[in-house]
Every structure is written in structure tokens, then in C-alpha cells.
Write a protein that binds this ligand. Structure first.
Ligand SMILES: [Zn+2]
Length: 243
């Protein structure tokens, strides 16, 4: 949806831009910066300047590009504020001999949900996260509760200025409002239908197998157990202030 390749655009649009795209391809190797500033013409409003920069193989710094060590990969990989990842020139040993590996821009892979990943030392890394965290290594980050969000919602635009840390729940809310999670809605419906088929459930508190009428929707503790718990917590709250 947010890719700005020729794929997915109408034929008419492609024809209109055919001459232009030819110019772009020839320019691509010489002046890659220009390549990206021209591309958004294809479909206004979707692509922002900066998307696709990650594919630029030139070893020269692009305009306003800043490189820092990739978090956890010091001396091996660097990431840039424009979303590129580079492996540094270095000696690599296989135990018997050493060989020199040239500096190289790493290829990033678009996964099915539209995000970019990159295999670093055999581990597939979420590019947006490693870029943000490499530049903000002092920022506390809890991957269980937080995620690195794309501000403009273009998932392959990993420029630093487009990234921020957000709680997963808030990010989900934003995506839901913008209707960016159709697959989740489908899954939720499916889960709900599965749940409604249940006739019995085992309460996680009293371990009794009870009919589904004894549970509120989605709850794993039975109604009577929840009642007891609510009462207990109420009493706790009531007693505490007096202490
Ligand atoms: Zn129970």
C-alpha cells in the first residue's frame, strides 16, 4: 500500500511516467539523491521524500546523512539517520586465514506486513527499531510494552525524523483509527466466534470446570471468583488510607 515502486500503480500512471522513470534509472547510479526526490511524483501524497533511500547502494554519504554505530553491533554495522544500514570494512577470520570484507550498504528486506528487516550476523533485525535505538541509546525502551512507530505511517520510511517510541497499545489505537489493521479485525472476529462456541471453561482461580454462563466475556476467572476478588481489593483500598 505504501510502497512506491512501480508495482501497484495503475497502468495509466506508469505510462505517464515511463519517460521519467527511464531518466530516473539512468540517474540512479550517478546521483542517487535525485532519484528519491523525483519518485514521489508517481503518486502524490503516498510517498514522502525519504522512502526508498534504504535501497541506495552508494557508499558516499547522502545529503544530511549521519552515521552511528548500530546498537549491539559496534564496529561491524552502522546505521544512518536516513534509514540506511552499512557493514563496515573489516578483517574476518575463518580460523585458518583472514580476509578483508569491503564496506557495503546492506540490503533491506520488505516483509509481508510492509516493514523492513535486515539480517545482521544471521539475525533478522527490525530496521526501524535498530535505527531509532542506535541514535537514542539512552532512551529507556521496553519491547514488551513499547514499539518504534512510524510517524507518517509509511512503514518503509525509516528516517530517524519519522520514528518515535510509542506504547504498543497507543500505536494499535492509532492504527485502528486509521484503518491500518484490517487483518487484526479479521483475527479478532475469528477469535470471538471461536470463543462463543465454548460451552465450558476452567477457572484459573478455583480450577473448577464450569459452564460458560459463569464467565464474563473473555474472562478466565469465573464470576464468583471475581466477585470475591473485587470484594477483597475493595476492602484493601478501604483499609489502606486509614493506616
Ligand atoms: Zn472460579
Amino acid at each position: 500500500m505504501y510502497k512506491i515502486s512501480l508495482r501497484g500503480l495503475s497502468k495509466e500512471l506508469i505510462d505517464k511516467n515511463k519517460i521519467m522513470s527511464k531518466q530516473i534509472t539512468s540517474k540512479n547510479t550517478e546521483n542517487s539523491n535525485e532519484f528519491y526526490t523525483v519518485l514521489p511524483v508517481f503518486k502524490k501524497g503516498i510517498a514522502d521524500v525519504g522512502s526508498k533511500i534504504y535501497n541506495n547502494p552508494t557508499l558516499e554519504d547522502l545529503e544530511n546523512e549521519i552515521w552511528v554505530d548500530a546498537l549491539g553491533f559496534d564496529g561491524v554495522y552502522e546505521v544512518s539517520n536516513l534509514g540506511r544500514i552499512k557493514s563496515l570494512g573489516r578483517w574476518v577470520s575463518n580460523g585458518k586465514s583472514e580476509r578483508w570484507i569491503k564496506e557495503k550498504i546492506r540490503k533491506q528486506v520488505l516483509v509481508s506486513d510492509g516493514r523492513l528487516t535486515c539480517p545482521l550476523k544471521g539475525v533478522s533485525i527490525n530496521v526501524s527499531a535498530i535505527i531509532f535505538l542506535s541514535f537514542n541509546s539512552d532512551t529507556p525502551y521496553n519491547p514488551k510494552k513499547q514499539c518504534v512507530m512510524h510517524i507518517n505511517k509509511i512503514k518503509d520510511d525509516n528516517r530517524l525524523c519519522n520514528l518515535k517510541i510509542e506504547s504498543i497499545s497507543k500505536s494499535h489505537k492509532i492504527n485502528y483509527k486509521k484503518n491500518l489493521l484490517p487483518h487484526l479485525e479479521k483475527n479478532n472476529k475469528k477469535a470471538r466466534n471461536e470463543y462463543l462456541k465454548l460451552t465450558h471453561k476452567i477457572c484459573t482461580k478455583c480450577n473448577e470446570n464450569k459452564t460458560i454462563i459463569n464467565f464474563e466475556y473473555g474472562r478466565n476467572k469465573c464470576k464468583s471468583c471475581r466477585k470475591i476478588e473485587k470484594k477483597e481489593s475493595y476492602l484493601k483500598r478501604k483499609i489502606k488510607p486509614q493506616q
